[in-house]
Design a protein around this ligand. Structure first.
Ligand code: IYR
Length: 220
């Protein structure tokens, strides 16, 4: 064995079992929805830590793991984040977003009001690190957007798998997050993800997903 290598370990499945497993996972993931109505029921910190560590197990350029996850449950900080996000979003919905953009969003009935930022028990702010600072020296990261995007996908899947709900909220611009969270120069907010139980009467827009024919091109 190569000196810095270890055996790869994970179960594999024979054809019939494999078909079942892939179909089941698709069915489970296909039930995931972005939810904007949250219960304030607490979620243990230990659960959030495991969800985040699942995200942090994602592959990344040169295994640099160029991310930081800010996990906020402080009511005071959530209120601050809501106030600042709504201020930006108000401007977005009243002039900064194009007519085409607003028309594309109409079916989601979103607006500048972001109550979920205070109601959800946790807000996870995923930050991307364009470089690291190690012993005072700048160290390069690679494929940062791809890496952080994949880690965020893992996070959403982990949250869903736990029966909790999430939303990839993208307040814009995001520099208020850097300020309120006190993040260093090399970190930029990427996504703000509320996490919690759905509100009892939570509803989601009626959407259709693209079919296999729409999204797959086979070359056999
Ligand atoms: N960032 C705004 C607007 C928004 C934009 C897209 I593209 C969406 O899919 C949903 C919302 C907001 O969070 O409301």
């Amino acid at each position: 064995m190569k000196e810095n290598f270890i055996p790869y370990e994970n179960p594999t499945y024979e054809t019939e079992e494999l078909k079942k497993i892939a179909a089941e996972f698709y069915k489970q993931m296909d039930r995931r929805r972005s939810v904007r109505e949250y219960s304030n029921k607490p979620v243990p910190k230990e659960v959030i830590q495991n969800l985040i560590m699942t995200a942090s197990s994602a592959p990344s350029g040169a295994h640099k793991q160029p991310w930081t996850f800010c996990a906020v449950s402080s009511a005071q900080m959530k209120a601050k984040l809501r106030e600042a996000a709504e201020k930006e979003e108000y401007e977005n919905y009243h002039g900064r977003m194009s007519e085409e953009w607003l028309a594309d969003l109409a079916k989601f009935e979103t607006d500048w009001n972001k109550e979920f930022l205070e109601v959800a028990p946790w807000l996870i702010i995923v930050c991307k690190k364009s470089y690291d600072i190690i012993d005072g020296k700048k160290k390069k990261n690679y494929y940062v957007l791809e890496s952080v995007g994949i880690a965020s996908g893992f996070l959403l899947a982990a949250i869903h798998q736990a029966g909790l709900v999430s939303l990839t909220h993208t307040p814009s611009p995001m520099n208020f997050l850097t300020k309120i969270l006190g993040r260093p120069e090399n970190e930029k907010p990427f996504l703000l993800i509320p996490v919690g139980y759905p509100a009892e009467d939570a509803e989601v827009p009626k959407l259709e997903r693209k079919s296999a024919d729409d999204v797959i091109v086979w070359y056999e």
